[in-house]
Design a protein around this ligand. Structure first.
Ligand SMILES: [Fe+2]
Length: 230
């Protein structure tokens, strides 16, 4: 395995002091490019096994409908040339409509919803498309600083053909008043790149009287890439 130095400034710094935990976990040394043995030829072989039919409907796992605003989110995963990224395993996780995660570490004083667990997974299709149904997540406080509230967001993880190609990012909603106060969102230096993390409201994706639709395309590489590592 070879390591080649990467010139400073090639990638935005992952240390952004207003986002306090980046100071401890962000790299302090110059980055190195790792030329690992090529594994990209080998399909990961997830197969369809880990996916159950309702894994793309986060509202379908309780005894009744969860509380909150039901929405559908869809989009395409593409590479720098706009070509579809097919059969990518996409996982999403989020808090409920009151801003609380179904997780023991989240002790935020907001109600849990017994009908909402906040986790979904699905594959992109032959055209790189995905679609899932959920509840619009609420904003939540996270203790980074005085009055630190995260804008509503959904976490995304995407796998390519090998485990090493995992990418993690967050999707936001249009016109959130918390954007300008959020050090995680603001840690992305390029305004156009921040913009690419915002879903668009889509009347085309809206389903009758059931739910509003949002569109969120993900670009894995190139100038128009969706920011990752959040
Ligand atoms: Fe979150």
């Amino acid at each position: 395995m070879k390591f080649e130095p990467i010139a400073r400034g090639t990638y935005p710094s992952l240390v952004y002091p207003p986002y306090k935990s980046t100071v401890k976990r962000g790299p302090q040394q110059p980055l190195l490019r790792v030329n690992a043995p090529a594994a990209t030829e080998t399909p990961l072989g997830f197969g369809a096994a880990p996916i159950q039919p309702q894994d793309n409907d986060l509202t379908a796992h309780g005894r009744a409908a969860p509380l909150g605003e039901k929405i559908v989110v869809s989009g395409r995963v593409v590479d720098e040339d706009g070509q579809p990224v097919r059969d990518s395993l996409v996982e999403v996780w989020q808090c409920n409509s009151a801003g609380r995660y179904f997780h023991h570490k989240d002790q935020h004083d907001a109600p849990l919803d017994p009908n909402f667990f906040g986790f979904g997974k699905f594959f992109t299709d032959r055209d790189g498309r995905y679609r899932f149904v959920t509840i619009k997540p609420g904003p939540y406080p996270w203790g980074n600083h005085h009055k630190a509230w995260r804008p509503a967001h959904i976490h995304f993880s995407l796998f390519g053909n090998v485990l090493a190609q995992r990418l993690v990012t967050q999707m936001y909603f249009p016109n959130d008043p918390l954007f300008e106060f959020d050090p995680i969102y603001q840690s992305i230096p390029d305004a156009a790149a921040r913009e690419r993390l915002r879903a668009r409201f889509s009347m085309d994706e809206t389903v009758g009287d059931q739910m509003l639709g949002y569109a969120f395309d993900i670009v894995l590489r190139g100038r128009g890439a969706t920011p990752f590592g959040l």
